[in-house]
Design a protein around this ligand. Structure first.
Ligand SMILES: Cc1cc2nc3c(=O)[nH]c(=O)nc-3n(C[C@H](O)[C@H](O)[C@H](O)COP(=O)(O)OP(=O)(O)OC[C@H]3O[C@@H](n4cnc5c(N)ncnc54)[C@H](O)[C@@H]3O)c2cc1C
Length: 446
């Protein structure tokens, strides 16, 4: 590891990554009076934060109260621990759940708005908040603007390459590259790794998730695993590196995500295989139905819904209309007509879908299982300090968001992350980012 005495740039808190986690960390460190530099790739919208579906798991919020939904941080923490089978330390889950109560107002204060709250599998009450833009990018832009307005030096063309250490083996900053030019940056207090997952790093995928390495992956191009690698280079421990989020509802034609399909399934849309048979309990959600879809003929399924359901989803997703006339969504006045258009046996589809949606007018889209993102990361404690393989916190190093293990927890033999609850990716990114930013700003200067 290189030791650098003469740094070209200096700050109190250095943040690597400009997704939700990095920007939340930067904003909190700035609020504590720290001078902050945040490093990112040129396009901050090529992050999972910006590409995400805009669904946030928060508890005990004004929107829930307005709708008479009783929720609490304890109830959310309990749901997360039940789903992940306690494979994530309880104090980390608790810390995120406590933040979930504040985050709604914290985001509202920067201009983000939520217009609906929904029930998703594994959550014991409706608590998945739908953001007005429904795509994650709106909130990213607001966070970026807030970080800059508060004085962060955001460098969107500077990519961190390695951590640097001082003579006491404390993290001192990073070596980075700006359009091929090397530069060094010192953090007088601490460095925060918030550079996202590794879904787009072929080498890490082949090493940690070989079974899924060839599956279409909808992670952002910035998911290069740099933060995890940089931490590991200086001895950081990792957890759940064989965990990944699967999604049963990727478009079979394009491998992309069609907005609204998961909401449609949680409201009653069904999955039917090429033989016209139902094969799984759709109420389990897109994560747990992913392996069953993979086992069907040609590893595809038709997601079938009727007009009432379609209308309710179109109401939720204002931008779904553009998909209706692209040939991705099939229509039939009756179940046999939809069957003929999609090549399914008409009698069988009538038996399955026709009984559930007796009013006719059905819609269907072919889906297959795709990979959303990697879910493992650097081991941290509830203060967001990165833990060394020898068990101690690495001095002056913090990590947040997808650089740390997902709240969804460990893989099982038949699903690489059965415990992920919708909305908790954003929750972890924002909560751990804020925790990392506050604690990093509190470290004594060197
Ligand atoms: C398609 C999709 C949909 C999703 N939908 C939802 C949802 O609706 N709700 C939910 O809760 N979760 C969702 N998630 C998960 C959620 O998006 C992530 O868990 C969360 O946004 C992670 O935030 P992050 O800041 O840790 O990482 P990211 O948002 O990925 O940000 C990391 C940033 O670091 C940058 N970076 C990488 N390497 C370097 C480097 N060396 N130097 C500088 N910068 C670097 C990247 O370019 C990127 O901008 C979704 C994920 C995907 C992929």
């Amino acid at each position: 590891m290189k030791r650098k005495q003469d740094y070209e740039l200096q700050c109190d808190v250095l943040v690597v990554g400009t997704g939700y986690a990095g920007l939340a960390a930067a904003i909190e460190a700035l609020s504590s009076g720290a001078k902050v530099i945040a490093l990112g790739r040129r396009n901050p919208l090529a992050s999972n934060s910006a590409l995400g579906g805009g669904t946030f798991a928060f508890a005990d919020t004004p929107l829930q109260k307005q709708k008479g939904i009783q929720d609490s941080a304890d109830l959310l923490a309990g749901d997360i621990l039940k789903a992940n089978r306690r494979t994530i330390p309880e104090d980390i889950v608790d810390a995120a759940a406590r933040q979930s109560v504040e985050l709604y107002d914290w985001l509202a204060e920067i201009g983000a708005g939520f217009y609906e709250v929904m029930q998703y599998p594994g959550h014991s009450v409706p608590r998945v908040h739908l953001e007005s833009g429904m795509d994650g990018a709106n909130t990213l832009n607001l966070l970026l603007k807030r970080a800059r307005n508060k004085g962060a030096d955001v460098r969107l063309d500077t990519v961190a390459e390695h951590l640097t250490l001082n003579e006491k083996n404390e993290v001192e900053g990073v070596q980075a590259a700006n359009s091929g030019e090397k530069t060094t940056i010192k953090a007088r207090r601490a460095t925060i790794l918030a550079a996202g997952g590794f879904g787009k790093n072929k080498i890490m995928m082949a090493r940690y998730l070989p079974e899924y390495a060839e599956m279409p992956c909808v992670s952002g191009a910035g998911s290069t695993g740099d933060g995890i690698r940089m931490g590991m280079e200086i001895g950081a421990d990792v957890l759940n590196m064989d965990a990944a989020e699967l999604y049963s509802l990727g478009s079979a034609r394009k491998g992309l995500r069609i907005p609204g399909v998961s909401e449609a399934m949680s409201k009653g849309a069904i999955l039917v295989n090429k033989n016209g048979e139902r094969f799984t309990d759709e109420n389990q959600g897109y994560g747990l139905t992913a392996p069953p879809v993979m086992q069907q003929p040609d590893a595809v399924a038709l997601l079938v819904l009727d007009e009432t359901l379609l209308k309710s989803v179109v109401k939720l997703h204002r931008n779904i209309d553009k998909y209706l006339n692209t040939g991705l969504i099939y229509y039939g006045k009756t179940a046999p007509e939809l069957a003929r258009r999609t090549g399914i046996d008409p009698d069988n589809l009538q038996k399955t879908a026709g009984q559930i949606f007796p009013s006719g007018k059905l819609y269907g889209t072919w889906v297959r299982t795709i990979l959303i993102q990697s879910m493992g990361g650097l081991k941290v404690n509830s203060r967001a300090q990165v833990i060394h393989r020898h068990g101690h916190p690495i001095p002056r190093l913090y990590a947040a968001g997808d650089n740390t293990p997902s709240l969804g927890g460990a893989a099982t033999s038949d699903n690489p992350c059965p415990g992920y609850l919708t909305g908790t990716g954003y929750l972890l990114a924002l909560a751990s980012g804020r925790i990392a930013g506050q604690n990093a700003a509190g470290v004594a200067t060197q």
